[in-house]
Write a protein that binds this ligand. Sequence first.
Ligand SMILES: Nc1ncnc2c1ncn2[C@@H]1O[C@H](COP(=O)(O)OP(=O)(O)OP(=O)(O)O)[C@@H](O)[C@H]1O
Ligand SMILES: [Mg+2]
Length: 534
Amino acid sequence: MKPWREIAVPHRDVLEGSFQQAEFAADITAVRTGRAPREYRDAVAFFERTFITEGMSLLLTQVAQRFVSKGGEPVVQLQTAFGGGKTHAMLAVYHLATRKCALSYLAGVPVLVDRADLIDVPQARVAVLDGTEHSPGQAWKHGKQTIKTLWGELAWQLGGEEACALVSDADATGTSPGKDVLRDLLERHAPCVILIDELVAYVRQFPAGQTLSGGSYDSNLSFVQALTEAAKLVPSAIVLASLPASEVEAGSQRGVAALRALEKTFGRVQALWKPVATEEAFEIVRHRLFEPVREPKASETVCRAFADAYVAEGVRLPSETQERRYYERLVQAYPIHPEVFDRLYEDWTTIEGFQRTRGVLKLMAKVIYRLWQDDNQDQMILPGSLPLHDGSSRNELTYYLPAGWDAVIEKDIDGERAETVELENREPRFGQMGAARRVARTIFLGSAPSSVATTATTRGLDAARIHCSPLRTAFSFAPRPIPVQKRGGNRWSVRGGNRGVNPPPIFSFCAAGRHLSPTYSRKETHRRVPKSAA
Ligand SMILES: Nc1ncnc2c1ncn2[C@@H]1O[C@H](COP(=O)(O)OP(=O)(O)OP(=O)(O)O)[C@@H](O)[C@H]1O
Ligand SMILES: [Mg+2]
């Protein structure tokens, strides 16, 4: 069986480690003004690296129907937590509307168009209102034209000076144009789509009762209301707006008030948009970080071997591994093991700040870069493969944990001076497979979040999960038991040495306390790591 690196090759930017920080936050203004990296800026490249999620597919279908006046919702609100893919979904719409190529060049789109019973999707005008682009207190210019408000900007993007004339008074006075003016504006430029991103960030800046050049809090809310009303009256116009999912993300008190008010305006059509599901995250990571798998047969062979070995191993493993469906999950997630996603999506997302899609993408880009550089030969990227000795990969996880975890990892889990490495040096049969480090990394990935999570979760990691994930190949664990033992309570240990000959060193973790506190024992004496390190 071939290792993952011979079957799934990462994209060049991942291999070179040149995946930029900026690429983890889609920026719609950068795309509109041509400053974004090619993968975002170019429609064909964008769809090649995009996985069309169910939410995105519903959205694109609505948009396509709207462009040809064949139904579809006039207003769609996209609401997810930070980094959940709102802007990315809007970019998909942007590229669909402004593409310069035939539809058939946009990966994944023709199927949607077929499914919606449409023959073609015409290009359409797009206006992007990005709440972080302009200040509500400062006018800006397009050539000779001065713009002060969101409605001024909308008119400019749809139809330049001529369109601006329609709303010039409203723009000058900072009062919202009425529904009829906006309807006229949309009708003249239909089919058209209005993409509104980061609106809360813009609206919350208006001080109570004050008017700035961009209007006032109330006039901006009135504009949004009037725009949604106008879109309902123009069958080939559609408004998409992103809103943060939680009050924390809305920022200040004013932000929360703005969020609630905007939710009311956009609220009724929410059902159309679905945030990214765990299974979809597999595909997003694969599209973004890997070239398409060229030998699907080879990857299926690996997945089949894993699935069969899990069934042969039986009850000691988590119940889902015994289901037939698990093979499909392995195939879907390949070359990353589904357990990695499950722990990240189920456990790490309970930590405040860890961002679903973005957090997982950033972490995996760094992990894959490191593993590639280190000539990793694993058959799949398992929790036990995570290169925690690499500062940059490690930071993507420890950043969300309380201070002190770097020291714990270096000392107990992974790194030249780690206890696990020492254990492997003493015990060649562990050393051969890096077993102690694999187990320790698996325990870390599965149990660290439960020590800091803000929501109630089960503490620690089920021993069955440790059994299924640390080893390198599907076969290496079959002939002999996995060197992990549950040692009462929430503790597990990795044992080395032959029973009876020189009491073996025992490396164990205890995840029962507030922090995961590694303990070591020689015979039955446990020596706790000083509190300062944990
Ligand atoms: N379906 C997808 N296919 C490929 N990449 C995706 C997909 N959805 C999101 N991404 C990527 O995930 C990252 C986060 O997405 P995005 O920036 O759109 O989130 P967001 O919801 O707009 O976040 P924020 O609330 O911070 O604005 C980006 O790098 C984006 O390109
Ligand atoms: Mg965004």
